[in-house]
Design a protein around this ligand. Structure first.
Ligand code: ATP
Length: 320
């Protein structure tokens, strides 16, 4: 629990609202200087977990440390070491980006001089130096969100809680935020990211914890999750639809799994266990059988598929 390499450690966190169990023994460990993605369907307990870890909410059971401090007994120390960037912007529309950051610096009790210096540093860090003197009302969505991020970083926190940082942004705005988060992590900040975009977790998170019904049901790197869930497939496109029958036999015989075929009669796909071995063997078997393939490759499941596989039950339970 006290190990210095962890920025966040939560053990058996429980939270109950009346009869509703929001957290049911949640465990989480986030190494320093990494991004941990917290994923889960609506109502899984993500917000509750973040609110407990940022000391905004009292825990019903279990324990947690953030930046080395106990969230219950050392709340003030935790708050001094964290930043919290939520979805709703706290910035003032009429003020310029720079004025907003200076104001936040003053709210955090920095001197006027230190506030100004920190504002300029942050504007430069988030690519807002040129637009820093414009009123926020003239900012694009992406610029605004970067300003939100900057405002959460006035005190250079060791741990940043980022709640759905790119909701509502277009792809360009999203890319801008991702670049900013990556730059931030490169300076050593630890980020706990909640997001409903799986691609965002795939892009940013070193490790992902999938939460459902108030507990972690799977965790690992995006790649580990994809591998653990399996679902790798070999896909091939035949040169001629006339070979479909024979190709199906050859592939089924080689990988030992049933083949599915596409409507146009030239595409086949089959699940594989040993990815690369299967690819080599299928290529060789097709070659031996004199069957020409135009395209052949392996496809990993997307994180969406992993997520659905892990949490899909919920929809069925609701429907039942
Ligand atoms: P979302 O993705 O929708 O934000 P979430 O994963 O953040 O969901 P939480 O907001 O943590 O989930 O909610 C977890 C559970 O606790 C849900 O069943 C929710 O209805 C319940 N809950 C959350 N806040 C309260 C509250 N103040 N009073 C009663 N129940 C609550």
């Amino acid at each position: 629990m006290n190990s210095p390499e962890w920025a966040v450690v939560a053990e058996g966190l429980r939270k109950q609202y009346g009869d509703t169990v929001a957290l049911d023994g949640l465990d989480l460990k986030v190494p320093k200087g990494t991004v941990c993605g917290l994923l889960g369907p609506n109502g899984a307990g993500k917000t509750t977990a973040v609110r407990i870890l940022s000391t905004l909410l009292r825990v019903s059971g279990g324990q947690a440390k953030v930046a080395g401090f106990d969230v219950v007994r050392q709340g003030a120390d935790v708050r001094r070491n964290i930043g919290l960037v939520g979805q709703s912007a706290a910035v003032d529309e009429i003020l310029s980006g720079r004025q907003n950051l200076v104001m936040f610096g003053r709210l955090y009790h920095l001197t006027p001089k230190a506030s100004a210096r920190r504002a300029d540093e942050l504007l430069a860090q988030f690519g807002l130096a040129d637009t820093g003197s414009k009123p926020v009302s003239q900012y694009s969505g992406g610029m605004r969100r970067r300003l939100d991020l900057a405002a959460g970083l006035i005190l250079a926190p060791a741990v940043l809680f980022l709640d759905e940082p790119t909701t509502g942004l277009d792809p360009r705005g999203r890319n801008e935020i991702w670049a900013s988060v990556r730059a931030l992590v490169a300076t050593g900040t630890t980020v706990l990211l909640t997001t409903q975009y799986l691609e965002e977790a795939d892009q940013l998170a070193d490790r992902i914890s999938v939460i459902d019904h108030g507990r972690v049901i799977a965790s690992g790197t995006p790649d580990e999750l994809k591998t653990a869930i399996g679902g790798d497939r070999i896909e091939l496109v035949l040169h001629s639809a006339a070979d479909l029958g024979r190709a199906t036999q050859v592939v089924e015989h080689t990988v030992g799994e049933p083949v599915t075929t596409d409507e146009d009669g030239r595409r086949l796909s089959a699940p594989v266990r040993e990815r690369v071995l299967a690819l080599t063997e299928v290529v060789r078997a097709l070659d031996d059988a004199g069957i020409l393939a135009e395209d052949i490759g392996l496809r990993r499941p997307t994180l969406d598929e992993v997520f659905l596989r892990l949490t899909g039950d919920r929809e069925h339970q609701k429907a039942a």
